[in-house]
Design a protein. Structure first.
Length: 229
């Protein structure tokens, strides 16, 4: 009973939130926290078996298999989500990965293609597909996880820092669009960039910070870089 009352008090309760990259460690933590706070959680990943395992640990989550780097597939995902659940109120983008090392000479084209596809392309596809949803929501939220390396890049992590920088720039552009479209009564949609040196071990903090995005006014959080750890 106490947990149900606490969940009802969270502002995300009753909201529909899509977690992209939900089968990662961070994705599982965020999905569980959102569900525990009373949100309707849509979990998206590229591996059906891993999604099934996630749903076992997060009862009530709705799984969707999708290659988020494929624009037509993401368009189809949005159509399925809208048909099943209506419009979403939140997009938590946790698709990523790391490759690097070897100095500047070690920044291979293969690694760049991998990072660009997973970090930038998936973000572009999902935000474009669900931008109208977040603008229409009375409490739309977009969040990504970035890296301190954006501010202090090294030769061995140049590919990674450049991809994360591009993701931050794209997210800020989305946030600028949210601000321009603000209702006369005030801004309702917001973006947030969580910043880490390494996410390992910070998943519980990330999960709570994501849930808390709905507990504060949009204008106070949009386009902020929020350090974790």
């Amino acid at each position: 009973m106490t947990e149900a009352v606490d969940a009802a008090r969270r502002s995300v309760a009753g909201r529909t939130v899509l977690v992209a990259g939900a089968t990662s460690t961070a994705g599982r933590a965020v999905s569980a926290a959102l569900a525990g706070a009373g949100a309707r959680v849509i979990v998206v990943g590229s591996n059906g078996q891993r999604l099934d395992a996630l749903v076992e640990s997060v009862p009530g989550a709705f799984p969707y298999v999708c290659d988020l780097a494929d624009p037509p597939a993401v368009t189809g995902l949005a159509e399925r989500v809208h048909a099943d659940h209506g419009m979403i109120d939140g997009l938590i983008h946790l698709v990523g990965g790391w490759r690097g090392g070897g100095g500047l000479a070690g920044q291979s084209d293969e690694d760049w293609a991998f990072l660009h596809r997973n970090i930038v392309t998936t973000l572009r596809n999902t935000t474009r597909a669900f931008n109208a949803d977040l603008l229409a929501s009375p409490a739309g939220r977009l969040a990504i996880v970035s890296s301190v390396s954006v501010g202090t890049p090294t030769p061995g992590g140049a590919n990674y820092a450049a991809a994360k920088s591009a993701a931050e720039t794209w997210t800020r552009a989305v946030g600028h669009g949210f601000a321009k479209a603000a209702l006369p009564s005030g801004q309702t949609a917001a973006t947030a960039i969580f910043v880490v040196r390494a996410l390992d071990g910070l998943e519980p903090e990330l999960a709570e910070r994501v849930v808390a995005l709905w507990d504060v006014p949009a204008a106070s959080v949009t386009n902020t870089r929020i350090p974790l750890g």
